[in-house]
Write a protein that binds this ligand. Sequence first.
Ligand SMILES: Cc1cc2nc3c(=O)[nH]c(=O)nc-3n(C[C@H](O)[C@H](O)[C@H](O)COP(=O)(O)OP(=O)(O)OC[C@H]3O[C@@H](n4cnc5c(N)ncnc54)[C@H](O)[C@@H]3O)c2cc1C
Length: 489
Amino acid sequence: MGYAAVRLEHFDVLIVGAGLSGIGAGWYIQTRCPWASYAIFEARDAIGGTWDLFRYPGIRSDSDMFTLGYSFRPWLGTQAMADGDAILAYIRETAAEYGIDRTIRFRHEVTRAEWSSADARWTVKATRTDTGETVRMTAAFVFMCSGYYRYDEGYKPHFEDSERFAGQIVHPQDWTDDVDYADRRVVVIGSGATAVTLVPALAQRARHVTMLQRSPSYVLSLPAQDGIANALRRVLPTNLACSLVRWKNVLLTMASFQLSRRRPQLMKAVIRKGVERALPAGYDIDTHFKPRYNPWDQRMCLVPNGDLFAAISDGRASVVTDQIERFTERGIRLASGTELGADLIVTATGLNLLALGGLEIAVDGGDVDLPETMSYKGMMLGGVPNFALALGYTNASWTLKCDLTCDYVCRLLNHMSAHRYTACMPVNRDPSIAREPFIDFSSGYVLRAIDAFPKQGSRAPWRLYQNYALDILALRFRALEDGVLEFAA
Ligand SMILES: Cc1cc2nc3c(=O)[nH]c(=O)nc-3n(C[C@H](O)[C@H](O)[C@H](O)COP(=O)(O)OP(=O)(O)OC[C@H]3O[C@@H](n4cnc5c(N)ncnc54)[C@H](O)[C@@H]3O)c2cc1C
């Protein structure tokens, strides 16, 4: 085969994923590194990732949009916690406004990336999800914006005798508009963010909704609208108002997280007071809203204007804390012996975490075993050249970290271009750095999958601080040439 026949299409940067992060990454690359050619490969046939995939009633953000929105295109909506539709429109509009949508190759699932030090480039394999055809291309730098969970299937634990249930069973990730819940008895299994979102939304039309949980989570009510934000936007120029609000929310979120970690008893008391105020006198809070762990040992559930508590207070929804023994023809038999009648069961049992969108990587002929790698600043991998990943915070808005990551990647690319470096790779030469799990949450969905993720290290720059202020220092201000990130000409 002649040379021309095997020459592959080449990009300076390949972005994988056209969700919130991938569209943001596109903006950064084309704005900060205008010299760089780039493309976004997206497995699905739509922009938006999470916000396009999930279609269940009530789907919304549970962190504020002033920090979940991009710093370069402030969120102008009035809702602080916005509906899924509004978030999807915001991502699509951003992509269209800046022409990022023209760089997307839809239905291209990236499956394998092989680095060659001799050529200083990645050869990337993608599968066309419509035709099954294999597509190959090369890239100098790969930027994974592929989210953190499996798109093809949510987590569906086995329930004894589930096939006997005469009604419908649906997982929120599979929700379609034709799921009928009007005037039906609905049981939502779960106690996480999805369950607390679904219950009040379904309760608007269902006959009754029961939230069936094995154990309670922390549920905190927040105003759906941010009064300070709306007032500031009336009197100040939009960009100034938005950046002030962004900082206000960053600081409040960080303060609440730090307070939870340092003074858990105080935080527990504050949350408890809120629940007491929102529910009728005598409600059994100890059984249904008193978790066995400390605040922020798992992600906190936030509900706008206490909508979950309102649905419970009105009698449209109720909470049952019990174990499932098995499904029956009519509903669910519980360990306590009672049977919950249901026409529709929604299994809000969570996600299947997936690292790097399932991508396999090889460096100079050797396959990279992801759990053996350690993440550098939470956005590159030790021993893997010219490769970055956009992974947001678990204790604050996702985009805060992704914005910093994109900013860093652009700084890195410009630095390499200016010094004619062709490769950069974090290398740990300090044996005293201990390896630790990537995320220190005790939630089931984290514990089920964390062994397949890279590790973090016990100290900077290998430590994942989950702290915006520390990350600003690490990613925006620290020198790129720090002795750990090694460059090759
Ligand atoms: C229901 C729900 C609510 C959430 N609410 C919040 C919230 O309020 N605040 C918050 O901060 N976070 C929230 N999150 C986390 C949320 O996922 C992020 O906020 C954000 O949407 C992630 O964007 P992303 O682009 O990084 O990933 P995703 O939205 O997951 O997008 C990843 C994209 O990459 C594509 N992709 C993956 N693998 C490949 C591959 N191998 N090849 C090609 N394409 C690939 C996917 O098809 C997808 O389009 C929520 C998550 C869920 C599931």
